[in-house]
Design a binder for this molecule. Structure first.
Ligand SMILES: Cc1cc2nc3c(=O)[nH]c(=O)nc-3n(C[C@H](O)[C@H](O)[C@H](O)COP(=O)(O)OP(=O)(O)OC[C@H]3O[C@@H](n4cnc5c(N)ncnc54)[C@H](O)[C@@H]3O)c2cc1C
Ligand code: SF4
Length: 491
């Protein structure tokens, strides 16, 4: 028996482990992936970005299926979905852009910005969020252009140790070779393990949450081919959006709202050619960026980190995709192409949801999640609006040619909902603290709690919410014999 079992030790689970162990809790973390080391993090775009090796242990074999509407058969997703598996979760391979939501983003939430603000501050101090990454010709060019347009550009907030970062250009889809990221494997998890109260089991896949008479009793998991039961006083689910929903559905817990309110960020982008300029965007990292947050529709970002294979696709539609003309265009222009991208806020629609696919199973014979999702009129207008702003921005900075994909793009790795938080069990799965209605010792961590997407990257909010949920647990009756923890010293 342990006080708390954590399902998944990623961005959210790592934070919860830190908060719980600091408060004196004994915690068992069951993580499906392995521990990764800095030495494994080589500069290999094919392994990292194309094959997405960090998703091999679990996510690849359990990829959700996709359909645009309930009357269609499900099939492979047209959008990127893969997340990383390992101690640190998907923060292993994120470039750490760590922005807070705005106060208006909480319009449809049961909590407001003020309620989350202290947890934002604690998380930022603890994982090391800075605006001090090196500025470059590109970030300054775009900053000056935005200022001329009357906007308010700023350096991206990034969970990166600016002094240690080598600006290697292989940050996204890869772990850090010098441990400069604020990924949870490098920040909060070692602290939690140093207390002696965090017990990490890797290669441990949770397959079911067990409950009896209105309380969860623990989880069943598989490790090295053996089926085991871990009893616990409380369970916190931190397996990322798709797995949180899948485990609740497979366990028959959470009610009929599980899976409702699914959303994924729209990610418009526009490219521009800057004739005669060498922009050197292959160096640096995605969160070494100039951001603009003047528009409610979502944040705009001018970033670095164009790896060779990705950059070879950044040409206007008039240029062929292969052959001599393509090579000649790249030779003349590849160093002079810059892009800006957006994080378009999307809405929860009745028709968008997650459920178990009756026709598709993972290699263990368990149904995978099925996504039913299509964008609405709000998103189509949002795309058009943000694209127009991005084009304006690039032109103002000196681009003589701009182009963008015709179809709106969606990033299903920035996905949300499915265990929405709320005060009314008829329209939500968890309460305002993140605990499942009617099951007070089962908490959920992650973006599955979100009621709307907001227009910025999710993880800082995911982590602030996880800090708050874990804190709530430590102040429950279960912990009445432990001393309360004060976290001002977390930096
Ligand atoms: C390429 C890429 C770049 C990104 N960049 C950014 C960025 O710059 N800024 C930002 O804010 N966000 C970014 N994100 C999103 C960010 O990575 C996630 O929001 C964040 O990691 C989510 O945290 P989580 O704890 O919910 O899930 P994860 O961090 O994915 O952790 C979930 C963990 O649970 C484990 N797990 C799952 N199921 C089970 C099970 N059944 N049993 C045991 N363990 C299980 C998984 O192996 C995993 O380790 C990026 C994502 C991707 C893919
Ligand atoms: S860009 Fe910096 S933080 Fe990212 S992997 Fe390279 S050295 Fe690490």
């Amino acid at each position: 028996m342990t006080d708390v079992v954590l399902v998944g030790l990623g961005g959210a689970g790592g934070i919860a482990a830190h908060v719980l162990t600091a408060a004196g809790a004994e915690v068992v973390a069951l993580e499906a992936g392995p521990r990764r080391s800095a030495a494994e993090m080589t500069f290999d775009e094919i392994r990292n970005d194309v094959r997405e090796w960090l998703a091999e242990p679990k996510a690849r074999g359990e990829l959700p299926t996709f359909r645009h509407s309930a009357d269609q058969p499900s099939g492979p997703s047209p959008y990127p979905m893969l997340m990383a598996n390992g101690v640190g979760g998907s923060t292993l391979h994120y470039p750490g852009l760590s922005a807070r939501l705005d106060s208006w983003d909480f319009r449809h939430w049961p909590i407001d910005y003020a309620e989350l603000e202290p947890y934002y501050a604690l998380t930022e101090r603890t994982i090391g969020v800075t605006r001090d990454l090196r500025r470059t010709g590109w970030t300054e060019l775009m900053s000056d252009a935005a200022t001329r347009l009357g906007w308010h550009p700023h350096a991206a907030p990034a969970a990166i140790d600016a002094a240690r970062c080598t600006y290697c250009g292989f940050c996204t889809c890869n772990g850090c070779h010098v441990t400069a990221k604020g990924s949870t494997d490098a920040t909060v998890i070692p602290r939690a393990e140093a207390t002696g109260r965090l017990h990490v089991r890797t290669g441990a896949r949770v397959v079911r949450i067990e409950a009896r008479r209105g309380r969860v009793t623990g989880v069943t998991y598989v490790q090295d081919g053996r089926v085991l039961f871990q009893p616990a006083g409380a369970v916190l689910l931190g397996g990322f959006v798709y797995e949180n929903v899948r485990l609740l559905l497979l366990s028959g817990l959470g009610g009929d709202q599980v899976g409702a309110g699914y959303m994924a960020h729209g990610t418009p982008n526009v490219c521009g050619r800057f004739p005669g300029r060498r922009l050197n965007l292959f160096s640096g990292l995605w969160s070494q960026a100039t951001c603009v947050r003047d528009f409610e529709a979502g944040m705009l970002t001018a970033s670095h980190e164009f790896k060779p294979i990705a950059a070879s696709n950044l040409h206007p539609p008039s240029v062929p995709r292969w052959g001599a003309a393509w090579k000649a265009w790249l030779q003349a222009n590849a160093q002079s192409v810059g892009t800006v991208s957006g994080q378009l806020e999307t809405l929860p629609y009745e028709h968008n949801r997650l459920d178990l696919d009756p026709h598709q199973r993972d290699p263990y014979g368990v149904p995978v999640v099925r996504v039913t999702h299509r964008l609405g009129e709000h998103e189509r207008r949002g795309f058009a609006f943000l694209r127009a702003r991005m084009t304006e921005w690039l032109r103002e900075a000196g681009a003589d040619l701009t182009w963008a994909p015709d179809e709106p793009s969606v990033d299903a790795r920035h996905c949300y909902g499915g265990t929405r938080m709320g005060d009314d069990p008829a329209t939500s799965v968890v309460d305002r603290w993140g605990f499942v209605h009617g099951l007070e010792n089962l908490g959920v961590l992650g973006a599955s709690l979100f009621c709307s997407t907001g227009g910025v990257n999710p993880t800082l909010t995911v982590q602030a919410l996880a800090w708050r949920t874990a804190t709530r647990l430590t102040t429950s009756d279960m912990f009445s014999d432990r001393k309360p923890t004060v976290f001002e010293e977390s930096a």
